[in-house]
Unconditional design. Structure first.
Length: 289
């Protein structure tokens, strides 16, 4: 199953480079010269990092031939030291979802995909447990059981890498995948791997964060979606949200509210990435909403 509301003549251009004058004019003049119609344009200059970020959505007329952006744009990009990507919007990202035993984020993502809320192709689901194989089967998605097998994480990650290559995966989504990925894996898939966790971290670590939060009488619970890095749960943040609670909420009620906010935050973060709205800027993100 694939989903796309975009036409084949719609493209998204992403640019980041050192900030300087004339960047927007240089980019838009190339598009105007080809009579491309700009439908969205957002740009930001980061004063702290002195970096420029731009996201532009445009359509190409049916009479256009040849490369969408020609060699003259490549020359301009080289002149300004631009890192840039161009994506045709009718080609959804291919997604691999990693899970363990907890299913609420997986079920939510599959529902949003099946109801055409998320423009993606769920190419595969992988897990270190076989528990959620029936969920994948009902959605018609291939399920891959990749057990740790004597706690050999290296062999499991190699199998995971083979799966990513075989399925031409664009983005990995950790939908409550309860395993720590190696530093090498995090480095190799930087900017292509999204995780969701309760925002109690690092204050409430371990397997029972809601019980710890309940014991401390917290007034807010929430969740954070971020890119995976070698620093555990400290990667660039994409999306966050909270729910207010009080002393009347039990641990079970907090867990239920937590499941809701985790699923919603992960879905919003994923949608932002799928629409090419997120730029990594050092340890933070620039998000064009």
């Amino acid at each position: 199953m694939t989903y796309s509301t975009q036409t084949a003549d719609s493209y998204t251009l992403r640019v980041t480079c050192p900030a300087t004058t004339g960047l927007v004019a240089a980019i838009t003049s190339h598009l105007a010269k080809r009579q491309f119609d700009i439908t969205e344009l957002a740009q930001y200059d980061d004063d702290e990092t002195q970096r420029f970020f731009l996201r532009c959505v445009f359509t190409v007329p049916p009479t256009s031939t040849g490369a969408v952006l020609g060699t003259d744009f490549a020359a301009t990009a080289q002149h300004f030291s631009m890192d840039w990507t161009l994506r045709r919007n009718d080609r959804p990202y291919r997604i691999l979802i990693l899970v363990s035993k907890v299913d609420h984020c997986l079920r939510d993502l599959l529902y949003r995909w099946e109801s055409q809320e998320l423009n993606m192709t769920v190419a595969a689901i992988a897990s270190n447990h076989a528990t959620l194989a029936p969920v994948a089967a009902r959605a018609g998605v291939a399920f891959h059981h990749l057990p740790l097998g004597g706690n050999d994480k290296g062999a499991q990650e190699q199998a995971l890498r083979r799966l990513i290559g075989a399925e031409s995966i664009d983005l990995i989504v950790l939908a409550r995948y309860m395993q720590i990925l190696s530093n090498d894996f995090a480095r190799d898939f930087a900017g292509r791997c999204i995780n969701i966790h309760h925002s109690f971290l690092p204050s409430f670590k371990g397997g029972s964060p809601y019980a710890q939060a309940h014991a401390r009488g917290v007034k807010l619970i929430g969740a954070t979606a971020h890119y995976v890095t070698s620093d555990l749960d400290e990667g660039p943040i994409i999306e966050q949200d909270v729910r207010r609670i009080d002393h009347r909420h039990s641990v079970q009620e907090m867990q239920a509210l937590g499941r809701d906010v985790e699923a919603a935050v992960l879905a919003r973060a994923l949608q932002l990435h799928l629409e090419d709205r997120v730029f990594i800027d050092g340890n933070k993100t620039i998000v064009f909403s």
